[in-house]
Structures are given as C-alpha cells and as structure tokens.
Design a binder for this molecule. Structure first.
Ligand code: SF4
Ligand code: ZN
Ligand code: ZN
Length: 318
C-alpha cells in the first residue's frame, strides 16, 4: 500500500475518499479536514477564545493538538479544560485521565483549568453511582455538560469544542432513528449556537473517524490514556454499543457509509427539525442557569442536592 501523494509507504487508507496516505500526508490531510470543517460550518470566528474539553483520551487530545496547530493560521486562541470526575473503582481512571490531559496542555503551552468535581461541587461520579437511581453514564453526562459549560464561561471562552468523532455521531444519528426520539435528533448538531445563556458548542472532529483520530495521535506522539472508563458499557453492552458495531461493519461493507450518514443528516435532514417547537427555558432558582420551564431547578442542581444534602450547602458550595 503506497501513499497516493508521494509514493512512499502508506500507513492508512481513508475509506471515504479511497485514499492511501503516508504519515506526513495523513497528518496534513486530517488537519486540512478539520480546518475545512471549521470554515464550512462557521464554527469559530477570528479572535475568539476556544475552550477545548480534554478527557485525556485519543479524540480530545487529538482535537487539542489540531486546534492548537490551526489557531495561529486561523487567528483564534485555545484554552484547555479537564474535569476530574472522581471515577476510580480500583483503576485510578480519573486521576490518570487528568494526568494525560495536563501532560498535553503543558506540552503545547496552552492555558488550562482542571476542575475537581469533589472540590467544586462536593461529590464524585463514584459516589453518585451508588446514591443516584439512574444509569451512571446518564448522571455523568449531565454533570460533564454542566461543569464544562461553567468552566468555559469562567475562562471567558466564546466557544466550547468537544472531541466527538464521526463514529460517535453516526451512533447518535442511528440511535435517534431507532428510538424515534425526535428531540434528541433535533439537539444533535455539529454547531449548537449560543442561545438561552449557553455558549456556542462545536464538534470539529465530527467528520473524522475514530480510526483517523487514533492514527493521528499515535503517529504524532500525542500522549493519551488507553484505558476505558470502568463504567464504559461497551463490552456486550446496551443498544448503542450494538449499533456502534453495526455501523462499523457497515463501513467495512460500504466504504464512506458513516461519512454519508452523518453529513447527509447534518446538511439535508436536520434542517427540517428547525421547525419543531422549541423548549421554553426558565432559570434554575439555585444556580440561575437555564432549565426546562416546567422545573424550578436544573437537573444538575437536583443531583447535587441528592449528593450533598440540601440547597443551603449548594449555594455555599458555589
Ligand atoms: Fe462517564 Fe460513563 Fe463516560 Fe465513564 S463511560 S466517563 S461514567 S459517561
Ligand atoms: Zn505521502
Ligand atoms: Zn441549577
């Protein structure tokens, strides 16, 4: 297998483009794809401060490095955020993730903030897993969304970038069709505009596959955590993991399947959801952040009350 650009030994085949590339041309290709995605979808404007959510895994560390590289050329600034979620269960998962995130922030010399969930809000995900009667990943997801938004605003960021890749997006699209959950599909966007007190959120890797982000990290010597979260339901897991395997098999059978599924959803199908009635958002009476208008307090504050035992402590903790 030879590089189609220079004829030297190829290290990867980009199935969606039927392109084989060597390591330096692949690096150039991936950075070019992210740059085009940012421009085509109007993700970042010149002079903006972009907060990158870095878990320490391959996707978010690749995103951090690519955005840091593009920042000079495209005229924006990069800052990093990592959340120490307090997931251990005998694996030290969270402390290792934070270690890898910090290693990357310091390697690139970017300003960063590590938020300890325990120190900032008084509980860990391990503790929530025991006390909150809902799947731990659902609690963790809402906690991460809240804390990232909060940290990005504290850092004075204009935009929050996350490392969701093409495989993740293909799973979200297919799960939405499969469950018929239109509100979930309507919220699935490469760019969520700043509205209702939320900052703009972007997914610059949404057209880059997991194989491509992993290859980029490996060939560019980017340190990342290889272990999975001990709560990761992947092995023999629920429906979305089976959908992930189905999508990855479809990609083998029909090269470019994921890219077409996701790109067509974003550009041709999702615009129809713009006509759906929008949620009316109110203000959480504890933290003042947006919440569904039929609830007085937001889901995060509801979790925090259960975990720390009362509203007075929440107000003090903030
Ligand atoms: Fe959180 Fe679940 Fe992801 Fe672990 S696998 S980091 S608990 S969402
Ligand atoms: Zn080459
Ligand atoms: Zn709240």
């Amino acid at each position: 297998m030879y590089c189609k650009k220079c004829g030297s030994k190829a290290i990867i085949k980009i199935t969606s483009a039927n392109l084989t590339l060597c390591s330096s041309h692949f690096t150039e290709w991936l950075e070019g794809r992210v740059e085009r995605t940012i421009r085509d979808y109007g993700m970042i404007r010149g002079g903006e401060r972009v907060a990158v959510a870095v878990s320490g895994g391959k996707d978010s560390t690749t995103l951090l490095h690519v955005l840091a590289k593009l920042s000079g050329k495209m005229g924006f600034e990069v800052v990093g955020i990592n959340i120490d979620l307090g997931i251990d269960r005998g694996t030290k998962y969270s402390s290792l993730s934070t270690e890898f995130a910090v290693k990357n922030f310091e390697k690139l010399g970017v300003e960063y903030k590590v938020v300890s969930l325990k120190e900032k809000h008084g509980f860990t995900i391990d503790e929530a897993k025991v006390k909150i009667k809902r799947p731990v990943c659902s609690t963790c997801g809402l906690v991460k969304r809240y804390v990232l938004e909060e940290a990005a605003q504290e850092l004075g960021a204009d935009v929050l970038a996350t490392g969701h890749n093409l495989n993740d997006m293909a799973v979200f699209v297919l799960s939405g069709y499969h469950s018929g959950d239109l509100s979930n599909l309507a919220r699935l966007r490469a760019v969520s505009p700043a509205e209702n007190g939320y900052i703009r959120k972007i997914k610059p890797l949404f057209l880059v596959s997991e194989k491509e982000t992993t290859t980029y990290a490996l060939i560019n010597g980017i340190p990342f955590i290889m272990d999975s979260c001990p709560n990761n339901p992947r092995v023999g897991g629920p429906t979305s993991d089976k959908l992930r395997r189905i999508i990855e098999n479809a990609e083998d059978e029909i090269p470019g399947f994921m890219l077409r599924l996701v790109e067509n959803f974003e550009t041709k199908i999702r615009p129809f959801f713009e006509d759906l009635p929008k949620f009316n958002l109110g203000k959480c009476k504890i933290c003042g952040r947006p919440t569904n208008s039929d609830r007085e307090i937001c889901s995060f504050c509801a979790v925090k009350i259960k975990m720390t035992g009362g509203e007075s402590q929440i107000v003090k903790g903030n």
